[in-house]
Design a protein. Structure first.
Length: 140
């Protein structure tokens, strides 16, 4: 079993299951990971991306509206080829406004598990099973 948690540094890497794991990092510098995700979207190849966006990343955004706009254009550029699911570990009620906006532009959102786990791969003889560790975010 492989369990993914949030990383303090932005990164984009492919997991054994074939899912791409995008780490937003913790400092609010969305340009790094969004640039990497745009390159992935420009390939126009079907893939799945789990985007880990920690609450502390959201807290340090200087312009949350601009971040939501960048996510919107990323999703638009990816079309239906790239499926994005975001996990927001540490999300609290104060994060629901930006989570709602991200959901409105088409990003599928989940909470992390209580221990901060964001994504799990279970390796079985018949293949790898992937799953989200926390519940889906539901707009109120």
């Amino acid at each position: 079993m492989v369990v993914m948690h949030a990383s303090a540094k932005p990164a984009l890497e492919k997991s054994e299951s074939g899912y791409w794991i995008a780490q937003a990092g913790a400092n609010g510098n969305e340009q790094s990971v969004i640039s990497k995700l745009k390159l992935l979207a420009k390939r126009h190849e079907p893939c799945n991306v789990i985007w880990i966006i920690p609450a502390q990343f959201v807290d340090t955004l200087t312009d949350p509206k601009q971040f939501v706009s960048r996510v919107f254009f990323l999703l638009k550029e990816a079309g239906g080829e790239v499926r994005f699911t975001a996990v927001v570990p540490g999300a609290l009620a104060r994060h629901e406004q930006i989570m709602t906006r991200l959901q409105e532009v088409g990003l599928s959102l989940h909470y992390a598990a209580d221990d901060g786990a964001c994504f799990v791969e279970v390796h079985k003889p018949e293949g790898i099973v992937v799953g989200m560790t926390g519940p889906a975010f539901r707009q109120l």
